[in-house]
Design a protein around this ligand. Structure first.
Ligand code: DHB
Length: 390
């Protein structure tokens, strides 16, 4: 089989790229190792930057996001028993939408299926060939048979453990990594929102985050030991911990509800430079990971895809390869900005084991600063809503 662009991975990056290329008349095939049910139900973050919202809307896949997502114009920082608001729209003119990543996935899969796209699930034994030639190919197994997909380009959207990044020779790659000694315990619960906006809380017991999914389902997180097990946490223990970390001294309390999902995620920062090799280009988690604080992961994947779509369009329509040649350099500028922001917000908000009282006071001083200085609040807000699209 032959196509123009072979895409490995049906996460937000792979599906969105396939959809945007289709809108420009460029053919692609998407190969995914998991099932459609798995990708449509995996629980991930839920904040869409202004640029992500605009791109999904312009691409005709934003209707359900607009109808069911919650448009937020600010968020709250809770610390020292008080709550202070960051006025995103007042400071930047932009906003964010809280809409779960797997809902974006469902919308993209539906659009691709409706267009009759070649989308293969449950693919295994994927390997890449001829990346430094003009005729690369992808070999894979599907429904018990071996296949070879010949293409002009291979796009690796297969996450941090996928085959794509591993196919770039070690000598040509530099990896940057930081692993954090804590994780996030995430819950989904039934009940009304605790607040109109997200609350990011710094407490001596550790970080906590109050987010939402709908009028009846809420998403919350609290810092935990990444090696802990969800079985050690009864519902009562979880609520006691969340109340201790988030409730304010003036009586604002989070609302408890029946917990129906619990999970623990580890946290790390990772960047692969380069993001390209010959005819292989990486996008999203295949090239970079951010800790979840600030919810940049999917937004970065979308930003990569925006740059890559423009570069592939210039190649096919104008016969230019300069935008492809500079893809990694262009994408990495935004990646490093988001890496810094996620690291900064993580460092300011989390309990750092072994931190001295002096270092703890510095965290509080920084929170005081970003919530009282217009300049500091604006810097935080513009990073949160997403710096101007490249
Ligand atoms: C959510 C996750 C985040 O990491 C974040 O910063 C904000 C919200 C969420 O899942 O809703």
């Amino acid at each position: 089989m032959r196509t123009q662009v072979g895409i490995i991975g049906a996460g937000p990056a792979g599906l969105l790229l396939s959809h945007l290329l289709h809108l420009r008349g460029i053919e692609s095939v998407v190969l995914e190792s998991r099932s459609r049910e798995q990708i449509e139900s995996t629980i991930r973050a839920g904040v869409l930057e202004q640029g992500t919202m605009d791109l999904l809307t312009d691409a005709g896949v934003g209707a359900r996001m607009k109808a069911e997502g919650a448009l937020h114009h600010g968020f709250e920082l809770a610390f020292e028993g008080k709550r202070r608001r960051i006025d995103l729209t007042g400071l930047t003119g932009h906003s964010i939408t809280v809409y779960a990543q797997h809902e974006v996935i469902k919308d993209l899969v539906a659009a691709r299926v409706a267009a009759g796209a070649a989308l293969r699930f449950n693919v295994s034994d994927t390997s890449l060939r001829g990346l430094d030639t003009e005729t690369p190919s992808i070999r894979y197994r599907h429904e018990g048979e071996e296949h070879e997909l010949q293409c002009d380009f291979v796009i690796g959207c297969d996450g941090s453990q996928g085959v794509s990044r591993a196919s770039i020779p070690h000598a040509l790659r530099k990896d940057y990594e930081r692993v954090y000694p804590f994780g996030w315990f995430g819950i989904l619960c039934e009940g009304p929102p605790s607040s109109d906006e997200l609350i990011y809380a710094r407490h001596d017991r550790g970080f906590a985050l109050v987010s939402t999914r709908s009028a009846h389902v809420q998403r919350m997180y609290f810092q935990c030991d990444p090696k802990d097990s969800v079985d050690n946490w009864s519902d009562d223990r979880i609520w006691a911990e969340l109340h201790a970390r988030v409730d304010s001294h003036d009586g604002q309390k989070i609302v408890d509800g029946k917990i129906f999902q619990k999970n623990i995620v580890g946290m790390r920062s990772f960047v692969s430079a380069t993001m390209q090799h010959g005819r292989l280009f990486l996008a999203g988690d295949a090239a970079h990971i951010v800790p979840p604080t600030g919810a940049k992961g999917m937004n970065l994947a979308v930003a990569d895809v925006r740059v890559l779509t423009r570069a592939l369009d210039a190649f096919y329509v104008e016969n230019r390869s300069d935008l492809l040649d500079s893809y990694s350099e262009t994408a990495l500028k935004r990646v490093w900005r988001a890496e810094h922001f996620s690291y900064w917000m993580t460092s300011m908000m989390h309990r750092i084991e072994g931190a001295s009282p002096f270092e703890q006071q510095l965290q509080v001083a920084e929170l005081e600063y970003v919530t009282t200085s217009r300049a500091a609040a604006t810097a935080m807000a513009e990073n949160y809503v997403g710096v101007a699209p490249v």
